[in-house]
Design a protein around this ligand. Structure first.
Ligand SMILES: Nc1ncnc2c1ncn2[C@@H]1O[C@H](COP(=O)(O)OP(=O)(O)OP(=O)(O)O)[C@@H](O)[C@H]1O
Ligand SMILES: [Mg+2]
Length: 271
């Protein structure tokens, strides 16, 4: 198994519950999209899968290891095998794109090599190839704070492609991209998963992209798994149910109920 969660729940320190009773497992090479309304728990779930957040309840196994029973050295080694594209990339703004990409492998390198790479970028070819996969190889030496939001987001994706993790997590990886670039970028992530056998989990607000690029789709609502289905079985009704709960938009007459959030994202072919 690439990961297994059993009855996982998470309550934030302020008492806010973000996840409850989540049981989910994935085989190596699977591609899974997490969809659901804002606040459903997608980021929280991805952070648990990244061993960045320890759940309040339940059992977590990542890449056949129990992260929260491991000592610090093993936990560090495990985290180096997991790559995350964050919703807000934690990349220092003054870093050049090349250094940001190369930092994807910092966790796999010795301290000396890691420090050296910050002073003088080593694997230019590797960084160039990763940036080329998302179409911004011409920005190799640009400072990240001089990139557009979408270019910066693609540097974050290139960083994780360069890392080549066994478990690839992406939190809204294409939210700042136009439809063509969003497609290119998801294709690059899917291709890497296919080439390396890495499991790919991504949260997405654009349901059409989730259905196109991910054979398995998990719908989260209020911190719980509402459905876990092959993409072909995610019907417009299920999507309305998933997004309708937000703001209590459900109208008295179900047939005429219009769910702006949901319908906006349902591919026209499905409506
Ligand atoms: N650091 C935090 N402290 C307290 N509550 C939090 C914290 N982070 C998230 N939450 C709460 O946990 C719940 C789940 O949040 P999460 O960020 O996982 O949602 P999400 O599905 O990723 O939403 P979005 O689509 O807006 O990114 C929300 O109710 C949120 O308010
Ligand atoms: Mg989120």
């Amino acid at each position: 198994m690439s990961f297994a969660l059993e009855g996982v729940g998470l309550v934030h320190p302020n008492g806010q519950r973000a996840l409850e009773g989540v049981t989910l497992a994935a085989r190596p090479g699977e591609r899974i999209a997490f969809i659901g309304p804002s606040g459903a728990g997608k980021t929280t779930l991805l952070r648990i899968l990244g061993a960045a957040l320890r759940p309040s309840e339940g059992r977590v196994t990542l890449l056949d290891q129990a992260p929260w029973q491991a000592d610090a050295r093993r936990l560090r080694a495990l985290r180096a095998r997991i790559g995350t594209v964050h919703q807000q990339p934690p990349i220092a703004p003054r870093l050049r794109a090349v250094t940001a990409v190369l930092s994807g492998r910092l966790g796999q390198w010795s301290t000396l090599r890691a420090l050296g790479s910050l002073l003088r970028p080593g694997d230019l070819q590797g960084a160039h190839a990763a940036l080329a996969q998302v179409g911004i190889e011409d920005r190799l030496f640009e400072r990240c704070d001089r990139l557009s939001g979408g270019q910066f987001q693609r540097v974050a994706v290139a960083r994780v492609l360069y890392q080549r993790p066994d478990l690839l997590l992406a939190d809204e990886p294409v939210s700042a991209l136009d439809p063509t670039l969003a497609d290119t970028t998801l294709r690059a992530l899917a291709a890497q998963s296919e080439a390396t056998g890495a499991t790919l989990c991504a949260s997405l607000h654009a349901v059409d992209l989730a259905l196109r690029w991910f054979p398995r789709v998990v719908g989260l609502q209020g911190g719980r798994v509402l459905f876990d289905l092959p993409a072909a079985e995610v019907t417009p009704e299920r999507l309305s149910g998933l997004y309708a709960a937000e703001g209590g938009l459900r109208a008295a007459d179900e047939d005429t109920a219009v769910m702006p959030m949901a319908t906006a994202f349902i591919p026209s072919g499905c409506r």
